[in-house]
Design a binder for this molecule. Sequence first.
Ligand SMILES: Nc1nc2c(c(=O)[nH]1)N[C@H]1C(S)=C(S)[C@@H](COP(=O)(O)OP(=O)(O)OC[C@H]3O[C@@H](n4cnc5c(N)ncnc54)[C@H](O)[C@@H]3O)O[C@H]1N2
Ligand code: MOO
Length: 453
Amino acid sequence: MTARAARAGQNGDDLDVEEALALVKEHPGGTPGTPGTPRHPRHDATDWAEARAVAERAPRHGTARRTGCLPPVAVPLGSALGLTLAAPLTALTDLPSFDTSAMDGWAVSGPGPWSVRDEGVLAGHTAHEPLTDGGAVRIATGARIPPDTTAVLRSEHGRTDDKGRLHVTAATRPPHTVTHGQDIRPRGQECRSGDQLLPSGTLITPPVLGMAAAAGYDTLTAVPRPRAEVLVLGDELLAEGLPHDGLIRDALGPLLPPWLRALGAEVTAVRRVGDTEQALYEAIAASDAHVVVTTGGTAAGPVDHVHPALRRMGAELLVDGVKVRPGHPMLLARTKEDQHLVGLPGNPLAAVSGLLTLAEPLLRTLAARPAPEPYTLPLRDAVQGHPYDTRLIPVALRGDRALPLLYNGPAMLRGIAAADALAVVPPGGTRPGQEAELLDLPWASGGIGVCFT
Ligand SMILES: Nc1nc2c(c(=O)[nH]1)N[C@H]1C(S)=C(S)[C@@H](COP(=O)(O)OP(=O)(O)OC[C@H]3O[C@@H](n4cnc5c(N)ncnc54)[C@H](O)[C@@H]3O)O[C@H]1N2
Ligand code: MOO
């Protein structure tokens, strides 16, 4: 623990959680966090915004691929959460499908007082005898209205006298009256059979599932989740225990599958691949995923096999390096007619950068998901820019400002683990209070349960 963190711990009551964790700068406006070190500026690398646009368009190649999304399938309601409707949701029934009581009370016919029948009417029961003028019957919320009912009187607005006759109490407004049709939900009030309830392209959320069930659906026509396979490269990686003897823990094997799922993918496999070109070539060639995601091996080191393996299989490189820090060696390739490969750099925050720059727009098109609304917020502190490249910086959202977090180096996860979003810092950097575009992290707005299930 640093001296500052220790101080923060002692004065924790006065500090934000980021300050207590020593994740933000002590003095707003002072020296900014770790800058990306300009190494060899790559003038052939793709601009960050253009790289995202290329990834979004990538599945729309060939003649029969106007939308780029996967062919629709029928999906049971229980499996459809998070998919996109591939056809308009059209009501299969009137809603309500019969005249129904909106309240517990009495169905009444004509003006009161009324004589109350002995038996009542419950929800889920079939048709009831018609009411005669001056008659009433006990009724439950959601029950079918008996024929010739003129209104429903709520239980708290009526009382029966010792002769069993029902009277309106003074509580109604105006007092002692019932209005025609009161507290009756007429058949078709919400929709008629055949009405369009939601357009094609709607994200299937919990209320959409409820709406579909109410409207008579058991399955929905939806764009399926694209299959994604994760290939984790690096003989130095351990699957468990403490780092030792130059070996480190694999951080991306646990990080990527749930995040890919939050981006709309079905993760079919996470495989460790040995550091040989042959092993990588075979793993890619054997995959039937729509999106293969590799980690590591994108640079030009002695065991960086992604480029050679792609060359060998005749893949088309769509993006080969992006003007973004961290993550500039990221790449996107078309490996087969219906398969793309996203090569994420091995440094963990660089991999996150590649995930949001290339995998997110690619999966969004394949799954026909709506694009997130772009938005900006002022950054509390200055952020030092890279001279040529965009920087993605973890930030915490606090009210109407974003706090740039420290520990944002390519090999670090400490900043992103405490972040709500990534700020897009243009070349040259930002001044304190300057607006920056934000990329929301899926759990920040949706909650873990909503976005990862
Ligand atoms: N001469 C140059 N060297 C490097 C450059 C460059 O421009 N010129 N770029 C650097 C940058 S930036 C990055 S990012 C990395 C990208 O490297 P690779 O994609 O080839 O990744 P590796 O070399 O395999 O690994 C880099 C680093 O990350 C660690 N790693 C890998 N996988 C994982 C994992 N699953 N979990 C945790 N950590 C992982 C690995 O051990 C290395 O430390 O290249 C720079 N070099
Ligand atoms: O710094 Mo490198 O940009 O990807 O980690």
